[in-house]
Design a protein around this ligand. Structure first.
Ligand SMILES: [Mg+2]
Length: 234
């Protein structure tokens, strides 16, 4: 690829931090508070992660496991809103650190003048809570743009969220690398023409990452020079 690397685009859940277990616990607490007899264990949640987006995940579960339930639109809206409150509260308590290498890679990229962006199916409130807890609030300014759940209604594996980022940062796909942890993320980024580097997470370890330019257990030993080299060959 002739275009030099000019931007890193980060997924959030599973990539910046191992957030999925906190999401799962927050979903279960929101169900319990609403008097809904659903409880998602780890095995079930791993399967449910095939559906990107919290609202979409609740709706998909209801359709499969509780198809007779009425008032599903209001349930999805209310339970998801409460789940977001519970989740952000848990994250703000500081229990979800950045994954290995993430803070250093961001620092290296900023020092080199690269553009940083976020492309996620999670809500902006969830991203803000994670950045507040891990960067003391300064992290918001590191990113040129945040494309979140409301910015791209068709969720990953649909490439829309990545196309939104490219449009906002004004760069071609060939100038960027996406950092992801899931097959849906790989499909979304490659669908937008962006090379993807994967760090497998607790819920995606062992998944099929065909299409990724490189796969690592985490970014602990991955440098910006490594990403430049991967990008050149992609
Ligand atoms: Mg992810």
């Amino acid at each position: 690829m002739v275009e030099p690397l000019r931007a890193l685009i980060f997924d959030v859940d599973g990539t910046l931090a191992e957030t999925e277990e906190v999401h799962r616990l927050a979903f279960n607490r929101a169900f319990e508070e609403a008097g809904i007899p659903w409880s998602w264990d780890r095995t079930l949640y791993r399967a449910l992660l095939a559906v990107s987006g919290g609202k979409e995940r609740i709706r998909a579960y209801a359709a499969d496991h509780d198809p007779g339930r009425t008032g599903i639109d209001a349930l999805v809206r209310d339970v998801h809103a409460r789940k977001t409150e519970i989740y952000t509260g848990m994250v703000r308590e500081g229990g979800v650190p950045f994954r290995p290498g993430v803070a250093r890679l961001i620092e290296e990229a900023r020092a080199a003048g690269l553009i940083l962006a976020v492309a996620t199916t999670t809500t902006r409130a969830n991203v803000d809570a994670l950045l507040d807890a891990n960067t003391g609030g300064t992290g918001h300014g590191w990113f040129a743009t945040f494309a979140c759940a409301d910015d791209a209604p068709p969720k990953k594996p649909d490439p829309m969220v990545y196309r939104v980022v490219l449009e906002r940062i004004g760069l071609p796909a060939s100038a960027c690398i996406a950092l992801e942890d899931s097959p849906n993320g790989v499909a979304a980024a490659t669908g937008a023409g962006i090379a993807v580097v994967v760090s497998t997470s607790v819920y995606t370890d062992g998944d099929d990452f065909t299409g990724a330019a490189a796969v690592f257990p985490d970014f602990g030993s991955v440098t910006l020079d490594d990403l430049r080299s991967i990008h050149t060959k992609a």
